[in-house]
Each structure stands twice: as C-alpha cells, then as structure tokens.
Design a protein around this ligand. Structure first.
Ligand SMILES: [Zn+2]
Length: 292
C-alpha cells in the first residue's frame, strides 16, 4: 500500500504586523485528497486560491486561538465556501478553543453580523440564478457549519488521519490556545500555534516527524524587548524540536526583525547548533512535502 500524499502548505507565515511578504497565520495539511486547514488569518481565503486550493476542498478547519492574526478571514472563508459550494459542499467541521462556536454563530447565524449577506443571496433572483448555474437546487439555504469548542486532550480520528489537541501557553486567561498534532500513515506534524516553549507542546511533538513552530524573533531581542513571555523565538523553537526528537523544524509566524535576511542567517546558524535536523524557513504560498 502506498502512503497518501502528505504535504504542508503555508498560506500565511507572519504575525499581526503586515509586511509585503508575511501577514498572519494559516496553513493547510494535505492528507491524500483531504485538506485540513489550521487558522484563518488575513486573506487566508484568497491565499488558498493562490496556493491552488478551492475553499470547498477544505472540510475541516482548526483554530489554535482567536487572535485576529489567526481568525480575521473566517467570515470570508465561511461565506465564500458556502457561496461557491452552491449547496453541494460538505458541511464544514470547525474546531478550536472558545469562543469558536459563539464566534461562528455571531458571524453567520440568524442575527449574526453577516446575516444580511446570505439573506440577500438567498432571496434576490439574480443571486438565485447564479446559485442554480453553479449546480444548486432552489430553495437556497443559509450557510450551515458544525463548530465546536474543544479543550486539551481532544482528538478526532478518521480513516486517514488523527488530530490531537494539547495546551499551548499563550495569553491565558484572556484567550485559550491549543497546539495540534496530525498523525497519518505517511507521517506526523505538530503545529504549535502561538505558545511559549512548554511541556505540553513538547510532549505533543515527541517522536513526530515535523514541528511547525512560531518564531517571533531572535531570543536575545525578545528578552531585551520584554517579549519573551507567551511566545517562542528561534532558539526556543530549536530547543523544542531537539527535545521532542523531530526530524524537521519549519519556522512560521516570523516577525519583521527575524525575517531580515542578515538577522535570520545569523540566528539560523545558532539554531542549528541546538537542533541538528532540517530547518525550513516557512514562506507564504510555499509547500513542504512531509512524507517520511
Ligand atoms: Zn499570532
């Protein structure tokens, strides 16, 4: 039996600070013909298309937490997927820490912030004609999403993959945060989300093939700037990767300073002295083959 295609596509590999190269967080893990999306930061829906993935090809979305750099494109993704799906799409399954369910309802539920949009599309004749041309059958129904709040220890298993959630230490108690592990027949990846290096993420990553870690800045600058709490720097990411015993570290959520080529080069060399596996600098719209 051949292992399924297993691939990571970084849609967004930045932070809340927009730069021409990076802004926000979102990525897709492909397992065979299934695509699991993690976070939905700025312009994630458009970046999906740029990466060659239609929103209707994504049936599972997982949130690490609800800072805007990780979820601001969520209403766009929900409405675009519903509109393009023409009623033929599978029901989207959304999981994340609170307030995932409440946010979903507040966006597209009855009385939600975007009800005016879907009410107009459902009822106006031209919008109905577009819907029918796309293969839909009237009457057009409102968007329907299965969204649930989950907690550390939660797992979801299908025939092709298993997703496990663990505690990520970020900005609690203001917001809950999760890290995720995806296990497949072709290998495994752990997605840290936003976290400081911590035992729960290290344990989640133990023995995984790939660690996708946030990398806010170089650790020296983070300490000097008072930004060391709740976040991971490049050396912290290398240390987690080494301690967990992964083979490959992919850096994402990179701030403007660490993204400066001369700074990055210097600190990659330091990280390589801590972690002797492969280090990949994640770039938006690039994908990494994960198969072992
Ligand atoms: Zn973030």
């Amino acid at each position: 039996m051949t292992a399924p295609e297993f691939r990571l596509t970084l849609l967004s590999a930045g932070t809340p600070t927009p730069t021409p190269e990076r802004f926000g967080s979102a990525e897709v893990v492909q397992v065979g013909d299934q695509r699991l999306m993690f976070d939905c930061g700025p312009a994630a829906t458009h970046k999906l298309m740029k990466a060659g993935i239609r929103p209707t090809q994504v049936d599972h979305l997982f949130f690490t937490h609800h800072h805007f750099d990780h979820d601001i494109d969520y209403p766009c993704f929900l409405l675009c997927r519903w509109d393009q799906g023409a009623g033929l799409e599978r029901t989207l399954q959304v999981h994340g820490p609170g307030p995932t369910a409440a946010l979903t309802n507040a966006l597209i539920g009855a009385g939600g912030a975007f009800e005016h949009d879907w009410q107009a599309r459902i009822n106006f004749p031209t919008s109905q004609a577009v819907f029918v041309r796309r293969g839909g059958t009237l009457p057009r129904r409102p968007p329907r999403v299965d969204a649930a709040d989950i907690a550390p220890g939660w797992t979801l298993e299908t025939d092709h993959w298993r997703v496990t959630a663990a505690l990520a230490e970020h900005v609690q108690p203001w917001l809950d945060s999760l890290a995720y592990r995806v296990d497949t027949d072709a290998g495994s990846i752990v997605i840290t989300g936003d976290t400081q290096p911590c035992p729960s993420v290290r344990e989640l990553a133990r023995g995984a093939d790939t660690l996708l870690s946030m990398c806010w800045d170089d650790d020296e600058s983070m300490i000097a700037n008072g930004e060391y709490q709740a976040q991971t720097g490049i050396l912290g990411a290398a240390r987690m990767a080494a301690e967990a015993g992964v083979r490959r570290l992919v850096l994402t959520h990179m701030g403007p300073h660490i993204s400066t080529p001369s700074v990055l080069e210097e600190w990659l060399a330091k990280a390589a002295r801590i972690f002797d596996g492969e280090i990949v600098v994640g770039r938006e719209l690039e994908s990494v083959a994960l198969g072992s």
